[in-house]
Design a protein around this ligand. Structure first.
Ligand code: B12
Ligand code: SF4
Ligand code: SF4
Length: 318
């Protein structure tokens, strides 16, 4: 049962596309190349994970500690781009595209679960486990190995067909499937993202220092106040930051509107007012963001982020 099967790989990919994933590829679990493990270790040693201690789990450096029997990963990508644009004006708060519609974990998990159920029905003793930013798995590394796209200088995976506006997930299985060729890198001599980042968070091409990243501070930082080095440079962002993706020529040329209805933005997520969010009550927060990835940003964090922007723009009436 566990022999490398080209036919089965084709069927698995066909099923993933039928379930609505926009890209699918397969990576084999092999001994040997430790490059990504070493890069993750170097990133951790520099403290670039900030307060995200969970990033140092040894499992993230060895997929077999996540699932002992794993032989292959079926990697998938789901396009979330919609053509909406944020209005100009300092009064508006900026929410990243990834969080405009329904929580991507929920959307992806439903499809990944269906893929796992189908896989398990294809033979005896087929084991599966799925993740979408939900476990100690390096989603981007596996996606690149599976040929989905390349890890770019802004550290996101870019696909030729959809740019980087894709969520990544994977199914781990004990099946030996025919692997795809890893994707090659296509940033060339471009440095637009490095130049555009307002906080210099792209410490060097391909490497993001979370301590300096607006996305980290608006989503993950739980302190009462944002650091002095970050707060004045938020440029309106209250939930994540899309600057290094917005400036990317691949995104400008190849973004395509998604066919996933759940990613249609919630009303109010494109043009919220900073002043409203700075005063949002816990109850309003709860009602306004149901089944949303924004729920990771607790009401007090959202108020803090909005206040920091108002302060930076000198719009806060004390
Ligand atoms: C931690 C994390 C963050 C942190 C740290 C970001 C980071 N770049 O690591 C913070 C909170 C800042 C963050 C922000 C965002 N995130 Co995030 N995040 C993650 C998470 C959980 C782990 C990423 C990771 O492993 N980082 C550790 C470092 C070491 O890895 P890395 O940057 O990938 O480094 C690799 C390469 O850069 C390369 N490399 C490193 N050094 C060098 C040196 C050279 C010379 C070369 C050639 C290569 C190279 O090798 C490394 C791999 O070993 C993943 C989910 C997951 N489980 O994987 C989501 C994930 C990466 N995030 C995602 C998203 C959408 C975002 C945001 C766009 C959200 C937003 N709009 O605000 C921003 C983007 C910020 C940015 N420019 O990276 C998506 C990305 C989808 C995609 N198309 O790539 C992911 C994959 C979640 C998902 N499943 O969809 N995120
Ligand atoms: S998400 Fe924003 S702050 Fe973080 S690296 Fe990209 S541009 Fe810089
Ligand atoms: S802006 Fe340029 S360097 Fe940055 S990710 Fe896009 S292509 Fe690569």
């Amino acid at each position: 049962m566990n022999q490398i099967s080209g036919t089965r790989s084709v069927e698995v990919k066909k099923k993933a596309l039928e379930l609505g994933f926009h890209k699918v590829g397969i990576a084999a679990v092999e001994d040997g190349d430790n490059t990504e493990k070493q890069r993750l270790q170097a990133w951790l040693a520099l403290g670039y994970h900030a307060d995200m201690e969970w990033m140092s789990s040894p499992k993230r450096q060895d997929i077999r500690l996540v699932m002992r029997e794993v032989r292959s990963l079926v990697c998938v990508a789901l396009n979330y781009y919609t053509p909406h644009q944020r209005p100009e004006g300092k009064e508006y708060a900026k929410i990243s595209r990834y969080a405009w519609g329904r929580d991507y974990h929920k959307v992806m998990q439903k499809k990944l679960k269906a893929l796992c159920c189908w896989l398990q029905q294809q033979g005896e003793n087929i084991q599966t486990r799925y993740y979408v930013d939900t476990g100690p798995v390096q989603d981007k590394v596996w996606a690149q190995r599976a040929g989905i796209g390349w890890i770019a200088k802004n550290s996101n995976v870019i696909t030729r067909e959809y740019g980087s506006w894709v969520f990544l997930g994977e199914v781990l299985t004990n099946l030996e499937l025919q692997p795809d060729t890893p994707h090659t890198e296509h940033c060339g001599s471009c440095t637009r993202c490095l130049q555009a980042c307002p906080t210099g968070a792209i410490a060097q091409p391909f490497v993001v220092d979370a301590n300096r990243c607006i996305a980290y501070h608006t989503i993950e930082n739980r302190q009462e106040n944002l650091p002095e080095a970050i707060a004045p440079h938020l440029q309106g962002w209250v939930a994540g930051c899309d600057i290094c993706q917005d400036v990317c020529p691949w995104n400008q040329r190849f973004a395509r509107t998604t066919d996933v209805p759940e990613f249609k933005p919630y009303p109010g997520n494109i043009a919220p007012k900073l002043i409203e969010l700075a005063q949002i009550s816990d109850r309003e927060w709860d009602e306004r963001f149901p089944a949303s990835a924004l729920r990771r940003i607790k009401p007090e964090m959202l108020r803090r982020n909005a206040r920091a922007n108002l302060n930076a723009f000198h719009l806060l009436q004390e």
